[in-house]
Write a protein that binds this ligand. Structure first.
Ligand code: COA
Length: 378
């Protein structure tokens, strides 16, 4: 066989395309978004500015930013049919990601099919879908989006029905900026693959939500919080972690396909998270436990997996920050989607700029010369 049959399980190390959206140096633990080092962007930009940067490859001036904010704010409402689906999903016990998958698929009913317009619509509407599901799951009434609030503030407002304080907005906004894009991660690659067939942006976002749902990708922060609360209650960090590793379990919030150093997003989120816990003695004690879990886990992972550099990943401090900001645990993964939809749509548009169908090959490992026998002779 003349063709190259070498393959890389999980496509590890394979360069599958070009992007100007984000740059990752996994060895150095460096992340650049739209040309800006993460630490510079995450705490300073509003989500709308970061999204504009991804779409336009430059920051907006003040007038452009205002117009862009208004444009997004005008696309937040969902119609009654979508609310019915979300109410039904909540009442039948679907989790937030299942509800989001259904809501995302239905969110652009009546849309005009223009890719750029649909992209903005999906970014604007996902927070409404998540918040509506949450309100119904809590037995509460849907809170209509408010066009006068910024993207992040409006998301938090729709979850609770009260205007969030600026500290919560800033913390969650830092989170949304931090995880908005990250190279060809599984959900983003899914979105690019879907639009590469000249399908549509809604399908790309819906497929990406499905890919994000799994615990190896976006499903980790909920279990991370469970771990932190359980360890905090147990009072013995090392024993708790060692027992899990002894029984062959993976520690959620550690390890990454690309990073061999501490995930740079962990540093940004850790600083932002700390703000929420510094205010009280109880909070400070919890944050100390979090730090101790991180240090102990990293050294135990070195002991148990000496051949693989396993460091803290983004989900560890995502859980800590979202918990501190008061975002319910059941919405952690869905909030990741609320952020990452910016990256998904930017990647989908980038893919379409110079599209080539994504269609890799497989290496066949099955039989080749089986002999057919009729059913009654098998
Ligand atoms: N805890 C314990 N061991 C881990 C580990 C973790 N969090 N992550 C990886 N390992 C171990 C694996 O068991 C494997 O050991 P083995 O070779 O003895 O089987 C080795 O390290 C290599 O892991 P591998 O599965 O090849 O790494 P990957 O690149 O496929 O996985 C993740 C990356 C993120 C899926 C993986 O690190 C993981 O499952 N982490 C926990 C989930 C998580 O936090 N996800 C969020 C990612 S941002």
């Amino acid at each position: 066989m003349a063709e190259d049959q070498h393959y890389y399980p999980g496509l590890e190390g394979v360069v599958a395309g070009e992007t100007r959206l984000s740059y990752i140096d996994g060895e150095a633990g460096e992340l650049v978004i739209g040309g800006y080092p993460l630490a510079e962007l995450a705490g300073n930009a509003t989500y709308e500015e970061t999204l504009f940067l991804l779409y336009e490859d430059r920051l907006p001036d003040a007038d452009e930013l205002e117009a862009f904010r208004d444009d997004l704010a005008g696309r937040r409402t969902v119609d009654g049919a979508v609310l019915d689906v979300l109410r039904e999903a909540a009442e039948t016990g679907c989790d937030a990601m299942e509800a989001l998958r259904m809501g995302a698929a239905a969110a652009d009913i009546g849309g005009d099919g223009d890719d750029r317009e649909t992209a903005k619509r999906m970014v604007a509407v996902l927070p409404t879908v998540v918040a509506a599901y949450h309100r119904f799951a809590e037995g509460e009434a849907f809170v209509e989006p408010r066009a006068d609030l910024r993207h992040t503030a409006n998301y938090l407002y729709m979850l609770t029905g009260t205007e969030p304080d600026e500290a919560a907005v800033r913390g969650v906004e830092t989170y949304l900026n931090t995880v908005i894009d990250h190279g060809f991660n599984a959900s983003t690659f899914t979105a690019r693959t879907i639009v590469s067939t000249e399908s549509d942006i809604v399908s790309a976002v819906t497929g990406a939500v499905g890919a994000l749902k799994g615990p190896l990708h976006g499903g980790a922060p909920g279990p991370v919080l469970d771990m932190l609360l359980d360890i905090d209650a147990s009072g013995d960090v090392e024993r708790w972690l060692r027992e899990r590793l002894e029984s062959g379990e993976r520690l959620m919030g550690f390890g990454h396909r690309v990073y061999r150093a501490r995930d740079p997003r962990a540093a940004v989120l850790s600083t932002a998270a700390r703000e929420f816990f510094d205010a009280s003695d109880e909070g400070q004690a919890f944050f100390e436990t979090v730090r101790s879990v991180e240090d102990t886990a990293v050294s135990l992972l070195e002991e148990y997996e000496p051949d693989r550099a396993l460091e803290t990943n983004v989900e560890f401090y995502t859980a800590t920050l979202l918990y501190g900001a008061g975002v319910p645990r059941g919405l952690f993964s869905a909030s990741f989607a609320v952020a990452r939809v910016g990256g998904w749509t930017a990647h989908a548009l980038e893919q379409l700029e110079d599209n080539r169908l994504i269609r890799p090959r497989s290496r066949y490992v099955g039989e080749r010369r089986r002999e057919w026998t009729p059913a009654d002779a098998r």
